[in-house]
Design a protein. Structure first.
Length: 561
């Protein structure tokens, strides 16, 4: 088996290996080039792992570079957030943190070179006029009346643009290519626009800023990137990147595109994130209901789970607009947390239980397993007493045939504790059950009966005297439809927002959870996986439900075999 086969090679690995074998490159150098105008989402995680993974697999280098060419939309907040996200994912860029804005002088000099060569000109058309004269897929564009200015006039005007003599939008620098080209990106694209806006790193040094398509390929060339890996939306831009590099006669990386994906029951769009945040539909860009990396991290998702998910969906060539079932992501989250998350007991809808034959004032500590999947995780002590809380849904006064949990006269096991039997359900004036009166069998300490008798249900619980009050936030899908865009006529995706996507409840927890720190992850036995939220206060933790215990994807896969 070859090295590529042992890695489970995809078409990107094969292309890189072929380039090395043919001598096109003698090394591998990739990059992740986000624009610092928003927070990263899980789609970006795939892009990070593709570029970083290939550099790692071929013993190459990986850069983190910010394409900060639009100061009107960029903020240091996003720079800091992206750095934190990429570091959290586990990608290592070493000392190669770069910014496109550091190359502005070189880009300007190259633009002057194109002007001198007759390959660029200053145009006085407005943005609307440029768009109107661009043409369509079936009709050619119309040449700008300023297309044939002399080199001397273009050099003078371009220098004065840089000097700040002209107002915003009054002039642009355009490449002189072909207004009849079948690729609309090649119809004299704008290279520079006038924008009197301070830059987050350059301050007021510049008032002309390079367009993304002009800057992007130059940045890769400057950094010596060998393989520029990007999503298919940039495939039609590649001929323009190539044209710029070829006309300048500078180092030429290779661009290879891969397919994007979407997730069901959510959206993956910077514009929509802004709409959801500013519309008050979610609580910030790190809301656990959003697929932003900040939101996923706050929800308790691990980078290992995201990586396993990205590897599972693979890398495709065709833009088939595939929507990946969010249940697959949840499956990998459960797999990771099942291995690593300590077990704790928490009651989310408490029903009071009094064990009448347990001595008043007595308390004891019982052994509980921290994680049955990890022998090294050890055990902990859980306090037990006369009064407890169980889940309200674990009791029914008149249960159906297949309900095996607590009911009048029925014996059940308390996890790590004793067998108890319900003797009476106490109700309030409205007829609601508010308390269960039970008895216990002291001989069943630890949860097993010495006489070998069996019970059909094991319930989790929390001792009332030592219970920690906590807030639990139960998250569901942000949208009610798998494809949020399938909205009623005349409405947009927001019509499908799920009004029950977050429920906040008061929970009772075992004492060990009082010491939980933000980011700590747990399995609440029988209730799901939870993560301690930054909103937690001393003595009052807040827990976000990451996922439930039910794995719908694993069930579907099992049925399909």
């Amino acid at each position: 088996m070859s090295e590529l086969e042992s890695r489970g090679a995809d078409f990107l690995h094969e292309a890189v290996a072929a380039d090395l074998s043919a001598g096109r490159f003698d090394r591998v150098h990739t990059r992740f080039p986000p624009e610092p105008n928003a927070y990263l989402h899980i789609g970006h995680a795939k892009a990070v792992w593709i570029s970083y993974g290939i550099a790692r697999d071929f013993g190459g280098l990986f850069n983190l570079r910010f394409d900060d060419t639009n100061p009107a939309a960029e903020e240091q907040e996003f720079v800091d957030g992206i750095i934190a996200d990429v570091r959290w994912l586990g990608a290592d860029w070493g000392d190669r943190l770069f910014f496109a804005s550091d190359y502005f002088e070189q880009m300007y000099e190259w633009a002057v070179q194109l002007v001198r060569q007759g390959d660029a000109y200053v145009c006085d058309l407005s943005a609307e006029q440029v768009s109107a004269t661009r043409g369509t897929l079936t009709t050619p564009g119309a040449a700008s009346p300023f297309r044939n200015r002399s080199v001397e006039e273009n050099l003078d005007l371009f220098a004065r643009m840089r000097a700040g003599e002209f107002p915003d939008g009054s002039r642009t620098l355009r490449a002189k290519i072909d207004m009849a080209h079948p690729n609309l990106n090649m119809r004299d694209p704008v290279m520079y626009r006038i924008l009197h806006v301070a830059h987050h790193r350059q301050g007021d040094k510049w008032c002309i800023y390079p367009m993304y398509d002009w800057a992007h390929g130059l940045e890769d060339s400057i950094e010596g990137v060998t393989h520029s890996l990007c999503s298919l939306e940039y495939e039609n831009h590649r001929p323009l990147y190539d044209w710029f590099l070829d006309r300048l006669g500078i180092y030429h990386p290779r661009q290879i595109e891969f397919a994007r994906y979407s997730l069901t029951y959510t959206v993956m769009s910077k514009r929509r994130f802004v709409q959801l945040v500013e519309g008050g539909h979610v609580n910030g860009y790190d809301d656990p209901r959003l697929p932003t990396l900040a939101g996923l991290r706050r929800r308790g998702v691990t980078p290992q789970a995201i990586r396993a998910f990205c590897e599972r969906i693979g890398v495709g060539k065709a833009d088939t607009n595939v929507a990946v079932d969010v249940a697959l992501l949840e499956h990998f989250i459960r797999e990771e947390l099942n291995r690593t998350a300590p077990r704790r007991m928490a009651v989310l809808d408490p029903l009071r239980v009094v064990i009448e034959n347990y001595p008043e004032g007595q308390a004891e500590e019982l052994d509980a397993v921290n994680n049955p999947e990890d022998a090294a995780a050890g055990r902990r002590k859980v306090p037990f007493g006369r009064t407890l809380y169980i889940e309200r849904e674990d009791f029914m006064e008149d249960p159906p045939k297949k309900f095996f949990r607590m009911a009048p006269g029925r014996e059940v096991r308390l996890r790590y504790a004793y067998f108890i039997t319900c003797r009476e359900a106490v109700k309030d004036a409205a007829g609601n059950v508010v308390e269960l009166r039970c008895t216990y069998d002291p001989a069943t300490r630890g949860g097993d009966a010495p006489d070998g008798r069996k019970v059909k249900a094991t319930l989790h619980w929390v001792a009332a005297d030592s219970a920690v009050d906590a807030e639990a936030r139960l998250y569901g899908h942000l949208f009610t439809q798998a494809d949020p865009d399938e909205a009623p006529e005349g409405k947009d995706y927001r019509a499908n927002l799920n009004p029950d996507s977050m429920k906040v409840i008061a929970a009772k927890c075992e004492p060990a959870l009082a010491a939980a720190a933000p980011g700590d992850r747990f399995q609440f036995e029988r209730m799901g996986y939870f993560c301690c939220d930054p909103d937690s206060a001393a003595g009052r933790p807040v827990f976000n439900r990451t996922v439930t215990l039910k794995d719908t994807w694993a069930k579907v896969q099992k049925q399909g075999k």
